[in-house]
Design a protein around this ligand. Structure first.
Ligand code: GAP
Length: 515
């Protein structure tokens, strides 16, 4: 656990030091759970969005994209259920005056039990040479006991959340003797519901009438446009609508860096289907989305499915794709079978028909919806935590000779290639390097850097994940070739100048992730 904390702290520090992420309004001591993306962060985030957009919209002739407004008619949120049901259970500690999410306190308790199990497993794996982890988990009395406790608490929590039973949540906290993580106090208030939507006011209408919400999910912009899109694109069911955009939630627990933010970005796709086919499409999108994550190079062991213990008000089935963040397995993406809940509710409240005439079956119906929803910021955090490693320099015998390197997939890397003159005081080398940069920048995001020794420049490019460093040296002046250094293997190849743009493009192109 301590090692994981250190790893996470190092990651947060790296994000700031190398211009990936800054705390919002830092000069005013920051705004909690709100972050700004710096120069390399915004490039990486754009690449993640491009990967998602192309995988959804470009690769499927039955998925189209939209860009709906953040503000929507206030009735939208009544119909969607967010006004009445988009709540988190909140509890205050009377001594520390700190506010927590009751379900998160209980989940943290479950995580502690899981950590105890993992410790037992780790200890035993070191003791026995032919260690059978599955068998150990099933037979070791202490592990079985912890697991049973975890399962029982999870069941109780799930039932309380599904029923919205605040009294039961308080009872669980009391029964488990959960204390304020900061002060150890167990003096809690009752648990009560807290709506997560931010609201604001239209300038020209006073009072409740003019109250607007900042959207808590992008999905509703898709639902209200369902027929507009279907008619204007002549799509036939099954078809999908994809969207990337900001969402806002007044999160009570603001922690774990960009994992839980108050302003964040979602990449959502609503897939409109014939009622009764939801199970088939649920399985299809589960597999498709897992494959999308694995393509980035994320090891299979770091991704897992986790069925929802308590379903949101709109879903008849839901699963998370969880990623193993430095603080444990947590939700990265949700896949939800939303039935016809949203379209039916909008139809009812707006009085406008949202049915589809299916030429294949000659009937009209309100389509069912299969949703995939991944947080762009969580994806960013997953990519960074997966990629950032400290390793012994490849080829070196000295274990103390280490480097920090960000092993991002080349198609996602913020900078594809860095052009580095071997000697910055040699005008002819600098001129050649700048000439190469001017050619390369037309096809690839690249960077010219002559601000230090070549060793220091390599280290910096490793730390921001640049897959290729291109060194212009004295030989270049003679034979018009350059050295191309590979970030991961540190192998160097000599390449004619005219071949460099195609080489960089081919080895970093987004199509590498799509094929
Ligand atoms: N439209 C369905 C929906 O919004 P969700 O599970 O509440 O479902 C989907 O959110 C995804 O959005 C999550 O899997 C997560 O990646 C991201 N997300 C949700 N709340 C977030 C927050 N406060 N900060 C960052 N990302 C968040």
């Amino acid at each position: 656990m301590a090692q994981q904390n250190d790893q996470f702290k190092a990651l947060v520090a790296h994000c700031k030091e190398y211009g990936f992420i800054y705390q919002s309004s830092e000069i005013y001591d920051g705004l909690s759970a709100v972050y700004d993306y710096g120069p390399y962060g915004s490039l990486l985030k754009n690449n993640l969005k491009e990967y998602w957009w192309k995988a959804m919209v470009q690769m499927h002739d039955n998925i189209v994209g939209i860009d709906a407004a953040i503000f929507m008619h206030p009735k939208t949120w009544k119909a969607s259920g967010h006004v009445d049901a988009f709540n988190d259970p909140l509890v205050d500690n009377k001594d520390s005056k700190k506010r927590y999410r009751a379900d998160v306190l209980i989940e943290d308790h479950i995580d502690k039990l899981e950590a105890k199990i993992n410790k037992e497993v780790e200890k035993a794996s070191k003791r026995f040479a032919d260690f059978d982890e599955q068998m150990f988990r099933q037979t070791n009395t202490r592990v079985v006991e912890y697991q049973e406790k975890m399962d029982a608490i999870a069941r109780r929590l799930g039932a309380a959340m599904t029923k919205g039973d605040m009294v039961e949540l308080k009872a669980i906290i009391d029964d488990l003797e959960i204390a304020d993580p900061d002060t150890g106090s167990r003096d809690w208030t009752e648990v009560r519901q807290f709506n997560l939507m931010f609201s604001t006011q239209l300038g020209n209408i006073a009072g409740e009438e003019g109250k607007l919400y900042l959207r808590p999910e992008t999905a509703q912009g898709i639902f209200v446009n369902f027929l507009n899109v279907q008619k204007t694109t002549r799509q036939k069911i099954p078809f999908g609508i994809a969207q990337i955009g900001k969402a806002f939630r007044n999160e009570i627990v603001a922690r774990q860096f960009i994992f839980r933010m108050r302003e964040f970005e979602q990449m959502e796709m609503q897939f409109f289907i014939q009622p009764g086919t939801q199970q088939k499409w649920y399985e299809y999108w589960k597999a498709a989305r897992l494959a999308w994550h694995q393509k980035t190079g994320t090891p299979a062991a770091k991704l897992r499915f986790h069925d929802h213990d308590n379903l949101a008000h709109y879903a008849d089935a839901a699963v998370d794709i969880q990623f193993e963040f430095p603080f444990g397995f947590k939700e990265l993406e949700g896949i939800h079978s939303r039935t016809d809940f949203d379209l039916s509710s909008h139809q009812e409240l707006s009085g406008k028909k949202l049915t589809y005439f299916d030429p294949a079956t000659n009937e009209s119906y309100v389509p069912y919806v299969l949703e995939t929803s991944v947080g762009c910021d969580r994806m960013f955090l997953a990519m960074m935590s997966n990629a950032l490693v400290t390793e012994q320099v490849p080829g070196s015998d000295d274990p103390n000779n280490t480097r920090e390197v960000l092993k991002l997939h080349p198609a996602l890397a913020p900078i594809k290639a860095a052009i580095l003159p071997l000697k910055r005081t040699e005008d002819r080398i600098v001129a050649k390097a700048k000439e190469l940069f001017d050619k390369l920048k037309i096809s690839s995001q690249c960077q010219y850097d002559d601000t230090g020794s070549i060793g220091k420049l390599y280290r910096r490019q490793d730390a921001i994940g640049t897959p290729f460093c291109i060194t212009v040296d004295f030989d270049t002046l003679e034979d018009n070739t350059v050295t191309v250094r590979d970030r991961d293997t540190l192998t160097q190849e000599r390449v004619p100048l005219e071949n460099v743009p195609a080489l960089v493009r081919d080895r970093t192109d987004m199509s590498l992730l799509l094929g």
